[in-house]
Write a protein that binds this ligand. Structure first.
Ligand SMILES: C=CC1=C(C)c2cc3[nH]c(cc4nc(cc5[nH]c(cc1n2)c(C)c5CCC(=O)O)C(CCC(=O)O)=C4C)c(C)c3C=C
Ligand SMILES: [Fe+2]
Length: 479
C-alpha cells in the first residue's frame, strides 16, 4: 500500500488514548540464541533418509500464513513485523523508521481487540491442529511419501519462518541430508501481499540458512493457491447450509449471503493482483454448489487507513440492507481458513454486535477444525505430490540483491512443469532466463505496474533465483 502520510493514515483507527508505550520484543536471532527456546523447537526425529525400501518420505509440509498474536503480549511484535513488511505495506525508504512507529501507536488499540476475543488470535492453535490432522490423513493416503511432518511458518507471529526453518534443519531435513518440503499456503486465494510475501520470506531464510549448501539442501515445492478446490467449496457451502437451517422455512429463500473477504488497497488491485478475482472464483464455486439458491454479494472488510480500498465495505453493506428492511443476512468469511480478529472481533462484535439485529444477522462458522476442510487440505497436498513435481535444478544470481526487499513473482503451475521465480525490480539482467520463462505460462506478477509486465506476465526485472520443478512422468526438463 502506497501511503502518502502513512503514520497519520494508519493511526486513524487508533484512538488518541490508545497511544502508549511500545514494548519491543527480543529479535529473532536473540531468541534463537537462547538455548532453552531452541531446544523446544527441535523435536527428535530420524534423519531424512530417502531409504532403500522405496519410501520417498519423510515429507515436510509447511503451512504458511500471516499468523496472529497468541497472547496480547505478542501484539506489539506482531504489528511491528507486519508494518516492516514492504510486500504488505510499502513505506519506501522510511519503512524501518515508520514501520515501528506505526506499530507502536497502533498496539494499545489492537491489544484491546485481542483481549476482547479471549486474549489472542486462535490462528496458531488452528494451524497446528489442521496441519497435524492433515498429515495423519496423508500418512494413510500416501504411504510412499510418509511420514508427513507438519510445520507452521507465520509471517508476522511465532512460529516465524526462521524458527520453522531451523526446526526443519534440526529435525534432519537439509543440511546435506536432502529431503522434501512442501510450502503450502493457507491463503486459498493468491495475493502478492499475503502468499507472495510468505514465499519471499521463505526464500530469504532458505538462502540464509542453506544458500551455501551445494548438495543435500531441502528440496522445496510450492502450493500457492487453491481457490476453487471442491473440498473448500463443499466445506464453505455446508457451513452456510447450517446457518440457513436456523431461519424459519418461509424466510429461508430470501436470506442474503454476504461473502466477506479482507479488502485490498486499490493500489494493489490496480496493479493486477489476482486476489480479487480468485476470491470471486471461490464465491462463484460455492454459489454453484448451492444452486444459486440465495441472493448473494461479495463484500470486503478490514480496511486500514483512509486510502481507497476495494469495496463495498462489509459494514456499509450490512447497514444498507438493514435500512432497506432486509435483516436476514449471513456473513461468510471466505478468504481465511480459521477464526481470527476479523471474524471474532470485526464481524461478530462490531458488524453483527452493533447492528441491533443479532438474532437475524448471523455468521457462517470459520473452517477451523472442519473435517471436510481438513480432508480437502490432504487432497490438495496429495495431488500436488502425485503430480510428480520435484525440484530438478536451481539457478540463481542472488549475490546482488536481497529478495526480501522486493516483491517476487511466483507462478502457478503449467501443464507439464512448475516454476518458481523470485525477481526484483529494476536491476537489469534478465536475459536468457527470461526466454526460458516465456515458454511457460506465468500467471501473475507482483510489484510491477501493468506496463512493466511483458506478454508472459513476467516483470521486467532481475531474476534472482529460479527453481524448476519438472514433471517426472516424461522426464521433461525445463531448465
Ligand atoms: C486474505 C487475507 C488478508 C489479506 C489479503 C490482507 C491484506 C492486508 N492486510 C493489511 C493490514 C493489516 N492486516 C491485519 C490483520 C490481519 N489481516 C488478515 C488477513 C489479510 N490481510 C488477518 C487474518 C488479520 C488478523 C490476524 C489475527 O490476528 O487473527 C492488520 C493488524 C490488525 C490491525 O492493526 O488492524 C493490519 C494492519 C494490509 C495493508 C493488506 C493489504 C495490502
Ligand atoms: Fe490484513
Amino acid at each position: 500500500m502506497a501511503l502518502r502520510n502513512p503514520l497519520n493514515q494508519l493511526s486513524k483507527r487508533a484512538s488518541p488514548s490508545s497511544i502508549s508505550k511500545f514494548t519491543s520484543t527480543p529479535t529473532l536471532s536473540s531468541r534463537l540464541r537462547n538455548g532453552d527456546q531452541l531446544r523446544t523447537l527441535a523435536t527428535v526425529a530420524p534423519p531424512v533418509t530417502q531409504d532403500s525400501t522405496g519410501s520417498k518420505g519423510p515429507t515436510a509440509i509447511v503451512f504458511m500464513n500471516m499468523g496472529g498474536p497468541s497472547t496480547t503480549a505478542e501484539v506489539g511484535s506482531f504489528l511491528s513485523n507486519l508494518f516492516a513488511d514492504a510486500d504488505l505495506i510499502p513505506l519506501g525508504r522510511f519503512q524501518s523508521y515508520l514501520g515501528p512507529l506505526i506499530a507502536k501507536r497502533r498496539t494499545p488499540k489492537i491489544e484491546k481487540q485481542y483481549a476482547e476475543i479471549g486474549g489472542g488470535s486462535p490462528i496458531r492453535k488452528w494451524s497446528e491442529y489442521q496441519s497435524a490432522e492433515m498429515c495423519k490423513l496423508l500418512d494413510k493416503m500416501s504411504p510412499e511419501t510418509a511420514p508427513h511432518k507438519p510445520y507452521v511458518a507465520f509471517r508476522y507471529a511465532n512460529p516465524l519462518t526462521e524458527e520453522m526453518y531451523n526446526k526443519l534443519l534440526a529435525d534432519g531435513f537439509g543440511n546435506g541430508k536432502g529431503g522434501r518440503a512442501i510450502a503450502f499456503t493457507q491463503y486459498p486465494q493468491y495475493s502478492c501481499s499475503t502468499t507472495g510475501s510468505s514465499l519471499n520470506e521463505l526464500w530469504k531464510w532458505r538462502q540464509r540458512l542453506e544458500g551455501k549448501q551445494t548438495t543435500g539442501a531441502i528440496e522445496w515445492s510450492v502450493i500457492d493457491r487453491w481457490p476453487v478446490h471442491p473440498g473448500l467449496t463443499e466445506a464453505l457451502a455446508r457451513n452456510i447450509e447450517d446457518q440457513l437451517a436456523t431461519y424459519p422455512e418461509e424466510r429461508r429463500k430470501d436470506v442474503v449471503l454476504l461473502f466477506s473477504a479482507h479488502s485490498l488497497p486499490m493500489s494493489v488491485v490496480n496493479r493486477g493482483d489476482p486476489y480479487p478475482s480468485e476470491v470471486a472464483a471461490t464465491v462463484y464455486a460455492v454459489m454453484q454448489r448451492l444452486n444459486f439458491s440465495q441472493p448473494y454479494r461479495l463484500v470486503w472488510q478490514s480496511q486500514v487507513g483512509p486510502q481507497p480500498w476495494l469495496g463495498a465495505q462489509t459494514s456499509d453493506t450490512v447497514t444498507a440492507y438493514i435500512e432497506k428492511g432486509q435483516k436476514d443476512l449471513i456473513l461468510i468469511p471466505v478468504a481465511f481458513t480459521s477464526d481470527h480478529i476479523e471474524t471474532l472481533f470485526e464481524l461478530d462484535n462490531e458488524v453483527i454486535g452493533e447492528s441491533g439485529h443479532k438474532d437475524t444477522i448471523k455468521r457462517a462458522e470459520s473452517l477451523n477444525g472442519n473435517p471436510i476442510f481438513i480432508q480437502a487440505l490432504a487432497d490438495i497436498a496429495k495431488s500436488h505430490m502425485d503430480s510428480g513435481l520435484i525440484i530438478e535444478a536451481e539457478k540463481a544470481d542472488r549475490k546482488k540483491v536481497n529478495p526480501s526487499l522486493h516483491p517476487g513473482v511466483w507462478s502457478a503451475e503449467s501443464r507439464r512443469c512448475r516454476v518458481v521465480i523470485v525477481t526484483t525490480s529494476h536491476h537489469g539482467q534478465q536475459g536468457e532466463m527470461h526466454e526460458v520463462l516465456a515458454e511457460l505460462r506465468i500467471w501473475h506478477s507482483c510489484g510491477a505496474d501493468a506496463d512493466d509486465v511483458d506478454s508472459a506476465g513476467l516483470t521486467k526485472s532481475t531474476i534472482l533465483g529460479i527453481v524448476y520443478l519438472a514433471s517426472s512422468d516424461d522426464g521433461t526438463r525445463t531448465g
